[in-house]
Design a protein. Structure first.
Ligand code: ADP
Length: 617
């Protein structure tokens, strides 16, 4: 646990302020209470009171007389009186005559007593409570979160992250690149003595949720060094100069704790390219300049390594990427089938799962999912198991949680009318039938007409038999046919069309357009590139780079592909209308059909057809 120097300095200041405040409070209270308790009188009044027999006791010190009146309800409201001692030879006689009790008190002892009761005791009590309060504050500040700079930005600091490379699954290449950094942090002397320049920083690039933060923590965990983490956006504030001072602070603290890892998440928030920004952003530029200056300035042989993460590497300023700064780039991409399976394995470690759980099939059904999605799925499955009163997670829990993460929860309270249900069933079976009857398609895994919260009234799930890295033109065409199969079935059987195909239309158009603009799959444009992908690690938006005239032709070509595929899907459905009706009826009855049930119906139907043909012959 760290205690920042800054806080220690502040603490000293707080103690001074607090003590001053305590003294002032005690002074005011003393003044006030002595005014309430004592009253000054003239010596002549004192003599008068003796003569009038109004006094019961007098304490005589070197220069004061403290007088206790007999009757508490006198004009002095029961207060104790005092007056200065004057040179009165007859005082003792007067007291004796009036039968007043008197005693002498030493000046020192009365001073000591009042010092103790009026000052030392109350101040000690106040300081005691103050120290308890301070201790609490201290604990809070030392628990890993520190105030950073003169502002509210938070840097998270951990002495031991407790994360190892074994906790990060499916990112073998990334781990390999980072092992070197671990070794360097472990044995920096080995590198220094041979004269090697040590790496200052590495940039982790990849889509959100693929484990970049986790990897950075694992590097710190493996090297057993402290881990500082701050988000790039925390540097940028409204006030110019604030971000730069934070950068300075960060590097100062990191060097004090060396060897250590400093992790800057979302570095694109400060590291955006400086040129071409018309409006200009002084604060961001200053912060970036400071970061560059600090990276150049610090001595890497001390063992400070800066890791930064981004999912938009293309917007980063080139200056950040040159040697001596973030000169290493580690790609942390979406995991493949094997990667997904091992991530699932890592996350099921702490969860009780049944022995017959098949993580491979779950990995197969989650193409495109990142580590964070998979971790979420395992958790959803565990929650479902508890909800259903089970003590361990079974395959069904996992399969359901995949669907929850991908399509949302089942919406049982959404009641479809019979006509709507029929339309949805025919639509979904349309997709499934085209998928089953075309050659270059993935097998159907499940068809369902149970509505889900993410908008789908039903869906057909296809699962690839193996992970594919290349997609052929035939496969793309067949994929579009499957997407358009839903609407085709509505047309053929119901003679009416509905809004249910909007998502299919969007996806089919996107696929057809990419065939024209990016994959060179039309004769018209041959191998000309007309679009490129922006923000590859985020949503992967295509950006057109062609003239408006060409764009119009692209639209024509796209339309041609779609029309062709629609026609193909429609004719398949027409030819197999009986089968469509049979499967749809079964789906309306059961609401969900698994891949095998679906294939069994097709097989049974084909066998029967064959039989009748044989008997006719
Ligand atoms: P990023 O920084 O890339 O956005 P994180 O590192 O924050 O992603 O990942 C979020 C969570 O997802 C992690 O805490 C972890 O539980 C899980 N996760 C992501 N990738 C992996 C992986 N490769 N192996 C194991 N868990 C992972």
């Amino acid at each position: 646990m760290f205690n920042s120097k800054k806080f220690k300095g502040n603490k000293f200041k707080y103690v001074i302020y607090y003590s001053l405040l305590a003294v002032i409070i005690v002074f005011i209270v003393n003044e006030y209470s002595s005014q309430l308790k004592y009253e000054h009188i003239k010596y002549s009044d004192f003599i008068n009171y003796i003569n009038q027999n109004k006094i019961s006791n007098v304490q005589i010190s070197k220069d004061r007389l403290i007088i206790t009146p007999k009757d508490k309800d006198t004009a002095h409201k029961g207060k104790i009186l005092y007056t200065e001692r004057v040179d009165d030879q007859n005082l003792i006689k007067k007291l004796n005559d009036a039968k007043v009790q008197y005693e002498g008190v030493s000046q020192e002892s009365s001073l000591m007593r009042s010092l103790f009761t009026n000052w030392i005791l109350p101040l000690s009590i106040i300081m005691f409570f103050g120290s308890i309060l301070m201790g609490r504050l201290d604990k809070k500040m030392g628990s890993g979160v520190m105030s950073f700079g003169k502002n509210t930005a938070k840097i998270y600091a951990e002495n031991e992250t407790g994360v190892n490379f074994s906790d990060v699954a499916g990112q073998e290449e990334a781990k390999e690149s980072l092992i070197e950094i671990v070794d360097f942090l472990h044995n920096s002397q080995k590198y220094v003595s041979i004269g090697a320049k040590l790496p200052k920083g590495a940039l982790l690039v990849g889509p959100p949720g693929t484990g970049k933060t986790l990897l950075a923590k694992a590097v710190a965990g493996e090297a057993k060094v402290p881990f500082f983490s701050i988000s790039g956006s925390a540097f940028v504030e409204m006030f110019v100069g604030m971000g730069a001072s934070r950068v300075r602070d960060l590097f100062k603290q990191a060097q004090e704790k060396a060897p250590c890892i400093v992790f800057i998440d979302e570095i694109d928030a400060i590291g955006k390219s400086r040129g071409g920004n018309v409006s200009g952003n002084d604060e961001r530029e200053q912060t970036l300049n400071q970061l560059l200056a600090e990276m150049d300035g610090f001595d890497s042989s001390k063992g400070v390594v800066i890791l930064a993460a981004t999912n938009r590497p293309e917007v980063l300023d080139k200056a950040l990427l040159r040697p001596g700064r973030f000169d290493r780039r580690v790609i942390v991409d979406r995991p493949d089938l094997k990667g997904r399976e091992s991530i699932l394995k890592v996350h099921t470690k702490g969860v009780k799962v049944s022995e017959d759980v098949d993580l491979n099939s779950i990995a197969k059904s989650t193409p495109g999912a990142v580590g964070a999605d998979l971790a979420n799925m395992i958790n959803e499955a565990a929650l479902r198991a508890v909800k259903n009163g089970r003590e361990e997670v079974i395959q069904e829990d996992l399969e359901e949680s995949v669907e929850v993460v991908m399509a949302g929860k089942e919406k049982k309270d959404r009641i479809l009318s019979d006509a709507e249900k029929r339309a949805v069933a025919f639509h979904e079976v349309g997709h499934a039938l085209v998928a089953a009857l075309l050659k270059h398609t993935d097998p159907v895994h499940k068809i369902t007409i149970v509505p889900r919260t993410m908008g789908a009234l039903g869906y057909t799930m296809q699962l690839p038999t193996e992970e594919k890295y290349l997609v052929s033109k035939e496969e793309m065409i067949d994929k579009i046919c499957v997407m358009l199969g839903g609407r085709s079935a509505e047309e053929v059987e119901l003679n009416s069309i509905s809004t249910g195909a909007s998502n299919d239309i969007e996806r089919a158009t996107e696929t057809a357009r990419s065939m024209v603009t990016m994959y060179g799959m039309t004769d018209r444009f041959d191998m000309m590139g007309l679009e490129s992908i922006k923000d590859r690690y985020l949503d992967g938006r295509p950006v057109q780079n062609c003239s408006a005239e060409t764009a119009a032709i692209i639209d024509d070509e796209t339309l041609n592909i779609i029309k062709e595929c629609h026609e193909k899907a429609r004719s398949i459905i027409k030819e197999n209308k009986d089968l469509l009706i049979k499967i749809s009826e079964s789906l309306i009855e059961k609401e969900t059909l698994m891949g095998e049930e679906f294939m069994d119906i097709i097989k049974e139907y084909n066998d029967k057809k064959q039989e009748t043909q044989d008997t006719k012959l």
